[in-house]
Design a protein around this ligand. Structure first.
Ligand SMILES: *Cc1c(COP(=O)(O)O)cnc(C)c1O
Length: 374
């Protein structure tokens, strides 16, 4: 047997690569959860796929053929459900692919892409790959977008603004009122991407809903996904709604044929079972609210998450706190120096999680940011 080291390919350090790409760490997935622990690190849906959805996927035996590049059937269904024209819808292999397409369609070298930070960890890399420059505006104290500061950060070089609501990883939403006020300050020449990956988990009636405001703003594109509420993360399917000229630009920037026939069929089968799936979302929302109440009772200061995860502001204690979670069987997503995002998972994970967070909060220094004062 040869060891992996003996089989390594020749050294490629002579090959010239873009410096900004070399400076970007490649995506590394969180560790798989050990047998008796819960993987609460990727905001996945803890429920197994519905049998009918699996059955529908199994009917796609035509895998020797390329899929329908336009995902016509899914676009038509979504158009009908949302009372828009199918030409205004575009399907991607996950909404991350859609984000990449829209950023590349609108921004290149010398252009700026504006977003709140901390937010979705994919944004900085997607902007770098496009050759554009990130302008990251710090979140407010409470983890929300600072829309006034974002509006003030717009320059003549800004080409794209991303608004993430609920925000990953803090869970905060942008209110409809604040969104409208923000849009009044954004030039209509600038593309606004409303990333609503967690829209189905929102229960706050004052939060903006892209589908309610899409008709008001010609420069707005709404991004949705089947990965979270619909539980299809493994099949990669998301959708964008916007004016035909904008979604055509994303289509032109896409790698063709990335959305598989199985993914399209699974999305259609999920829409057929929407009611059943949204009952599961209700169960996750109920669990989330229970976790937040439990955390606050323990003394945590947590944002009012409207998504399927909670945010612990562990600051400099983040690495130690993530280890304590691991010791209690919880795999979380730590952002070192900042905080920890924990997904709402299986019912059995709730008690485990709250046992761990109680240990962590009791070990935080008294004046720590993650604690509620008083
Ligand atoms: C999970 C997530 C997405 C999209 O995920 P896909 O699986 O690519 O659809 C997009 N935006 C945010 C903020 C997310 O958290």
């Amino acid at each position: 047997m040869t060891s992996p080291r003996d089989t390594r390919l020749a050294d490629a350090s002579q090959v010239q690569l873009r410096p900004e790409i070399l400076a970007t760490p490649p995506y590394r997935q969180g560790k798989p959860a050990a047998a008796d622990s819960f993987k609460l690190s990727s905001n996945e849906n803890p429920f197994e796929p519905l049998p009918g959805v699996l059955d529908a996927v199994a009917t796609r035996t035509d895998i020797n053929r390329y899929p329908d590049a336009a995902a016509t059937a899914l676009r038509e269904r979504l158009a009908q459900l949302n009372r828009v024209d199918p030409a205004e819808l575009h399907i991607g292999a996950g909404s991350v692919a859609l984000l990449a397409q829209f950023i590349q369609a609108a921004a290149g070298p010398g252009d700026e892409v504006l977003y709140s930070w901390r937010s979705f960890e994919a944004y900085p890399g997607l902007v770098t790959v496009a050759g554009a420059t990130s302008v990251a505006v710090p979140n407010t104290e409470g983890g929300s977008h600072d829309l006034d500061a974002m509006a003030a950060a717009i320059t003549e070089r800004t080409r794209v603004v991303i608004v993430c609501t609920p925000n990953n990883p803090t869970g905060t939403t942008v209110s409809a009122e604040d969104f409208d006020r923000f849009m009044e300050r954004v030039p209509s020449s600038m593309l606004v991407l409303l990333d609503e990956a967690y829209a189905e988990f929102v229960r706050d009636a004052s939060a903006v809903n892209g589908l309610d405001v899409i008709r008001r703003y010609p420069n707005l594109v709404v991004l949705r996904t089947f990965s979270k509420a619909y539980g299809l993360a493994g099949l990669r399917v998301g959708w964008a709604l916007g004016s035909e000229r904008l979604v055509d630009a994303a289509r032109a920037s896409a790698i063709p044929l990335s959305v598989t026939g199985m993914a399209e069929t699974a999305a259609l089968a999920s829409l057929d079972r929407q009611e059943e799936l949204l009952e599961r979302v209700d169960a996750i929302v109920e669990r989330r609210d229970r976790v937040i109440a439990g955390l606050r009772e323990q003394g945590w200061r947590v944002p009012d998450s409207q998504a399927n995860f909670v945010w612990l502001e562990t600051g400099v204690e983040t690495a130690a706190a993530a280890q304590t979670l691991l010791d209690h069987g919880i795999v979380s997503r730590p952002f070192i120096g900042d905080g920890i995002r924990v997904s709402i998972g299986e019912e059995e994970s709730v008690a485990k999680l709250l046992r761990a967070t109680e240990v962590i909060v009791n070990n935080l220094p008294h004046a720590h940011h993650g604690r509620a004062l008083g």
